[in-house]
Ligand binder design. Structure first.
Ligand SMILES: C[S@@+](CC[C@H](N)C(=O)[O-])C[C@H]1O[C@@H](n2cnc3c(N)ncnc32)[C@H](O)[C@@H]1O
Length: 262
């Protein structure tokens, strides 16, 4: 499965362009940056960005004065991080087994690996490793994809065909994405599962944020029309307003768990 994920990101998907592409991605990027600003200690804190992709957040944080290191499963992503402006130190690795010493970073990001780990034990291992390398009292920020993101998105953009509806039904009980339908090997969370996995990893008291808010699919549906900008603005306003509203968390595309290493 690991090889299939590497092949997907290397040959079939332009991760570097992802955060600019769609209203969903603009909402995800904007809210993630706001929540990083709210939860990270001030620069020049050290930040380990596990599953840092091609380095968008690492570059923003480095420019702001943080000392960031990226670790990612995909060698092509690591090369892009190293070649970026500003260049950020990066290495290939797996979130489930980090080579870093206990308490060696002021803060740790896990914005990606949980999307791709089918088994609960692997997800808890990744969270436990993120906690282990973070100093006591430091934040661990971990993101998951909502169980309902794909069908809500497909429905809002007129793509919910019979096959997608069947997949949505099986996701209700399973949570594992079928790569034949799209994306790659992936796991989609319910908020309560993410909280329980954080707790199993020793990260108690997580605050869960719905990143894109409940109106992101409306922004997707409106993207090509005359109301694109007002609907996007409303979606962002409501994403901020309802960020920690438990009744609406799972309506977002992504869920961010803000936790503190005890
Ligand atoms: C959708 S991208 C997110 C990138 C970036 N953190 C962001 O939020 O934009 C998911 C990233 O997680 C990485 N990844 C997946 N499984 C991983 C694992 N077990 N260990 C480390 N990185 C992993 C992928 O290679 C990919 O770069």
């Amino acid at each position: 499965m690991t090889e299939a994920i590497i092949t997907y990101y290397t040959d079939h998907y332009d991760e570097d362009a992802r955060l600019d592409r769609r209203p969903q991605a603009r909402l995800e990027r904007t809210r993630t940056l706001e929540l990083l600003a709210a939860h990270l200690p001030p620069p020049p804190a050290t930040v380990l960005d596990v599953g840092g992709g091609t380095g968008f957040y690492a570059r923003v944080l480095t420019t702001a004065g943080y000392a960031v290191r990226v670790l990612d499963l995909v060698p092509a992503h690591v090369e892009q991080v190293r070649a970026g402006t500003p260049a950020v130190p990066a290495e290939v690795g797996d979130a489930r087994a980090l080579r870093f010493r206990d308490a060696s970073y002021d803060a740790t990001l896990l914005l990606g690996p949980l999307y791709h780990l089918h088994d609960r034990a692997d997800r808890v291992a990744a969270l436990r490793e993120a906690a282990r390398v973070t100093r006591p009292g430091g934040p661990v920020l971990a993101a998951a994809i909502s169980r309902f993101a794909a069908p809500l998105d497909l429905g809002a953009t007129s793509r919910l065909d019979a096959r997608a509806l069947t997949e949505a039904e099986s996701l209700l009980t399973d949570g594992r994405n079928d790569p034949a339908v799209g994306f790659t090997h992936a796991y989609f969370h319910r908020p309560e599962e993410l909280r329980a996995e954080c707790e199993a990893a020793g990260l108690t008291g997580a605050v869960l944020h719905g990143l894109e808010g409940p109106l992101w699919t409306a922004a997707e549906a409106a993207a090509a029309g005359p109301n694109a900008e007002p609907v996007y603005t409303a979606a962002l306003d409501l994403a901020r307003l309802f960020s920690t509203e438990p009744s609406l968390t799972a309506a977002s595309g992504h869920i961010l768990a803000a936790t503190i290493r005890p």
